[in-house]
Design a protein around this ligand. Sequence first.
Ligand SMILES: NC(=O)c1ccc[n+]([C@@H]2O[C@H](COP(=O)([O-])OP(=O)(O)OC[C@H]3O[C@@H](n4cnc5c(N)ncnc54)[C@H](OP(=O)(O)O)[C@@H]3O)[C@@H](O)[C@H]2O)c1
Length: 333
Amino acid sequence: MSEVKEELTGDMLPGIGPLEEILTIIGLLYAGKVIIYALWDLLIGFRAHVWSRLWNKRLVENYGKWAVVTGSTDGIGKEYARQLAKNGMNIVLISRTMEKLQKVSAEIVEESGVEIEIVQADFLDGRIIYDDIAKHLENKEIGILVNNVGVMLPNPMDFRYVADREIWSHVNVNVASVPAMTKLVLPSMISRGKGAIINIASIAASGPIPLMGIYAASKTFVDYFSQALEWECRGTGITVQTVNPGYVSTNMTSMSDLIHRPSILIPTARTFVTHSLSTLGYTARTSGYWVHGIQTHFVQNFISTWVFKYCMYLFNCLIVKNLKKNQEVLGIF
Ligand SMILES: NC(=O)c1ccc[n+]([C@@H]2O[C@H](COP(=O)([O-])OP(=O)(O)OC[C@H]3O[C@@H](n4cnc5c(N)ncnc54)[C@H](OP(=O)(O)O)[C@@H]3O)[C@@H](O)[C@H]2O)c1
């Protein structure tokens, strides 16, 4: 017994000497970093997701009378429009399908009794649509802009099979719409000294995603542009928020049950926006939903870019295997 004790308390790695101390210090520094980052993220998460809910959102007083939501006839955009209207804001709905615009407008008017302006525009058309949108926004006190409109590939695929239309969609809808819409509302927000711009990027902006490369790259643009704009707008009274959601159960994710069936990991658009809207004014960059916040923390702090790419590649292959519809899938297997 005493021999065993001696063995345990004695020099277990003879000859390691000063190296042992160096390794201990490195270990302690690493553990300290992990703990500090986790505590910081917990604090930010608490402020964004718990503290924020204790207070009334006075959106009209804080930001202005009207909210503009792009891509507002379905999914996350439709929910932002609904929930902003429930907070008393008039809404400008911008989307491409007139029947859906009219239907969503009628639903919101019935539910909240606010004023709605409909703008039919296809963001794929690029530069030419913005003069008309600007006319609809004239003489309105735009308090909040939600840059939500976005597209994704119909399913994961090798880039060489991505159609030209998809390329221009990602560029004009996901990328160009964000600065172009921001340019339309920012000057009047600055002159009033209040307003908020919410940019919907994605957790996909966390790293390169094989088989969805063009989508992830387009969301990285939104993430970086939005963070830079937030910095530039400090001191002007304008809030700029970047929202990077994980999977949400919407049309966009309807290709496979793996990313569409609602669960604690995959909220409905209603649950997601209830959480994300409550974070407005409490954090400049958020996943919007606390479970996605935990996912983001792990991706950003514990996973190397190589591991991220490899895992996302495997996951996208799995999605292709589980496609709901009998779609034609090119170039993966
Ligand atoms: N769902 C997710 O898991 C998820 C995760 C992270 C980030 N996001 C981001 O969240 C945003 C909203 O996604 P979602 O899932 O709510 O999408 P969604 O359900 O597919 O809805 C997209 C909305 O945008 C409109 N739209 C699409 N292309 C358009 C175009 N060319 N011109 C005008 N309007 C257009 C659609 O109008 P129509 O009804 O006429 O098609 C629809 O109202 C996107 O930016 C997306 O990248 C989504």
